[in-house]
Ligand binder design. Structure first.
Ligand SMILES: Nc1ncnc2c1ncn2[C@@H]1O[C@H](COP(=O)(O)OP(=O)(O)OP(=O)(O)O)[C@@H](O)[C@H]1O
Ligand SMILES: [Mg+2]
Length: 454
């Protein structure tokens, strides 16, 4: 945790520090410039207003009046004639005189800044020409000591320092909180995946939020739930296989012992051998079904599609199964238009329909009926296998396609299927790109509907 949040923190800090420093420097420079600009403009304006007064009356009295006005301000005025000779000054500092010596010609009427470098010079100054009838008769020099500007800048720097320290502290605090907040779910996920790798799938990650981290957290939670489900399913699957194998083996072993040890009548011997053969058949069917499912799981099983003429194909199945239905006195018929074709693997499609018909045969009693009805719709073909048998309870319907799921859990020898038939049907239909759905009502009957795209 520390490493990641520390790295994030450092990256945030460097970025924010650079941005903040740049912004502070920029703000400081523009504040300073505008403040000095303001001082120079007001100094210039003062000079210009003195000049206006002097243009009206350029005599000793007015000169004295102007000087008197400035003596009370923190600015100074020096008035010269056009040659630069000082006529009057509010504060005849020798340094001020040095500026006047360097005075220039061609001063615009609105005046100009003589010295604006407040950082290195002791004074900033402006000059305004006094004119009478378009000819310059003298100059008004305005001076302002830069001490006041330096004091102002010091105050400004102090404020910037305080703001800088406060924003630095706030930034660090925000960064610590943010980086921890960002790193925390990652650390949680790391711990969750470690737990999962040790086989513990009881992971509970917080999955609120809509950002990428929550998505990742959701995905890990889903993975953990799926793995948990898969492990449970595998356990159940293995115990079901064990159970399915044990039942017929118990019968076979029991009856072989009897046959081996006892003197039996020929009739009993035949009867027990019959049971042994039946249970052996059941075992080999179970093993074949399991093999089929394993192949489907691995996707190593090929669907060889060809164009099937459904009427002939179903007539064939009808011939095969009719005797079995007749024997149980169940009415069985097929309804299929002539000329309907379907692209399918004939052996696999037969397996699908035989599995469904076997169920109908098993779960119908005498007097019931079973039918295969084929309908063509605009974009798909529908094969319904319908019976009027005992139906499936509503609570069992969602599970009947699961492996080893049976409505009647007791495996009587009469209705003793293993519960793999419909799982195989579902896999085979999906392998053909089709869908299988079931509709059933208890004591009324069941319909399995197969939909294949044409
Ligand atoms: N037509 C039907 N009428 C009533 N119940 C049915 C019908 N088809 C399936 N079922 C119920 O669904 C369960 C699952 O059927 P599935 O074909 O998968 O297994 P099974 O017939 O018991 O065994 P298997 O087919 O492997 O010999 C059955 O045990 C039965 O309870
Ligand atoms: Mg079955």
């Amino acid at each position: 945790m520390k490493k990641l949040s520390f790295k994030l923190g450092i990256i945030f800090f460097i970025t924010l520090f650079c941005i903040e420093t740049f912004m502070m420097l920029f703000l400081h420079a523009s504040l300073t410039n505008s403040r000095v600009e303001e001082e120079l403009t007001s100094l210039q304006a003062r000079g210009n207003s003195h000049r206006t007064i002097l243009e009206r009356n350029f005599d000793k009295e007015t000169l004295a009046h102007v000087v008197l006005m400035e003596s009370k301000e923190n600015t100074d005025v020096v008035i010269t004639d056009k040659t630069g000779k000082i006529l009057a000054a509010s504060h005849p500092h020798p340094e001020i005189q040095a500026y006047i010596k360097n005075s220039e010609d061609n001063v615009p009427y609105n005046g100009k800044v003589l010295q604006g470098n407040w950082q290195e010079e002791n004074y900033i100054s402006t000059i305004s020409p006094i004119q009478k009838q378009q000819t310059t008769i003298g100059y008004v020099f305005m001076f302002q000591n830069t001490d006041s500007i330096h004091a102002l800048m010091e105050r400004l720097n102090r404020h910037f320092l305080i703001v800088g320290i406060i924003s630095g502290v706030v930034t660090i605090a925000v960064i610590i909180v943010l980086s921890r907040k960002l790193a925390f779910p990652l650390v949680q996920m790391k711990e969750a995946t470690l737990k999962m790798s040790k086989g513990d799938f009881t992971v509970a990650l917080s999955t609120n939020g809509k950002d990428e981290l929550s998505d990742l957290s959701n995905a890990i939670q889903l993975l953990s739930d799926d793995l948990h489900h898969l492990r449970e399913e595998r356990k159940e699957f293995l115990s079901s296989i064990a159970h399915e194998l044990r039942t017929p083996l118990t019968f076979i072993k029991g009856y072989t012992d009897i046959l081996y040890k006892r003197d039996l009548t020929e009739r009993d011997r035949q009867k027990y051998l019959g049971i042994i053969i039946e249970e052996t058949n059941r075992l080999s069917r179970l093993i074949k079904d399991l093999f089929d499912l394993a192949k489907m799981d691995e996707n190593s099983f090929v669907i060889d599609k060809e164009s099937l003429h459904l009427d002939k194909f179903l007539a064939n199945i009808e011939t095969k199964l009719s005797p079995a239905f007749q024997e149980k006195q169940i009415h069985f018929f097929v309804q299929c238009e002539e000329g309907l074709t379907l692209m399918a693997d004939s052996a696999r499609l037969e397996q699908i329909i035989l599995n469904l018909l076997n169920n109908a045969l098993t779960y119908c009693s005498s007097g019931d009926s079973t039918s295969i009805i084929v309908k063509r719709h605009s974009r798909f073909l529908q094969i319904s296998i319908k019976d009027t048998g005992k139906g499936i309870p509503k609570k069992d319907l969602p599970y009947i396609f699961e492996r080893f799921y049976r409505v009647e859990k007791s495996r009587t020898r009469a209705l003793g299927g293993s519960g793999l038939g419909l799982a195989i049907v579902k896999e085979l239909v999906h392998a053909h790109g089709g869908e299988v759905t079931v509709f059933s009502e208890e004591n009324k009957g069941t319909t399995f509907e197969l939909l294949f795209k044409e």
